[in-house]
Ligand binder design. Structure first.
Ligand code: FMN
Length: 117
């Protein structure tokens, strides 16, 4: 299983780094392609939207996505907390493995590790 992720300000990057997972791909432009199943790890963007690069990536690669991990900020975006993730779930019908408050907790990290096994 691949771990595909998007990170703009480093929170998601930090969690991915802690997983020590070999098979990762960072979404930089949205034009990347994958030919294997993956878990998507994304942040949430302005007013509860999916980051545009992630949206573009999913248009081409959505069928290989098997689960979702979302990182949001409940202090700064309380009314749209994880709304981008909810949009992805609705459109692609994938299970949510974890919804993190920014970098998440040690328990979140364990949940993610188990799911990746
Ligand atoms: C412009 C902007 C808009 C954001 N909008 C939301 C939002 O609507 N909902 C949410 O839960 N988090 C929102 N966030 C918070 C980020 O998703 C959160 O900080 C996340 O951990 C960032 O991950 P990253 O550091 O890997 O980029 C927003 C952050 C920024 C900078």
């Amino acid at each position: 299983m691949k771990l595909v992720y998007a990170s703009r300000t480093g929170n998601v990057q930090s969690v991915v780094d802690q997983l020590n997972y070999a098979n990762t791909l960072k979404i930089e432009t949205g034009k990347e392609t994958v030919n294997e199943d993956y878990i998507l790890f994304t942040y949430n963007d302005g007013n509860g939207i999916v980051p545009p690069t992630v949206e573009e990536f999913l248009k081409n690669n959505g069928s290989h996505m098997k689960g979702l991990i979302s990182s949001g900020n409940p202090e700064r975006h309380p009314t749209t907390y994880h709304f981008g993730a909810d949009i992805i779930v609705k459109e692609y019908n994938v299970p949510v493995i974890a919804k993190l408050d920014r970098k998440g907790t040690p328990e979140d990290l364990e949940t993610i590790k188990k799911a990746l096994k």
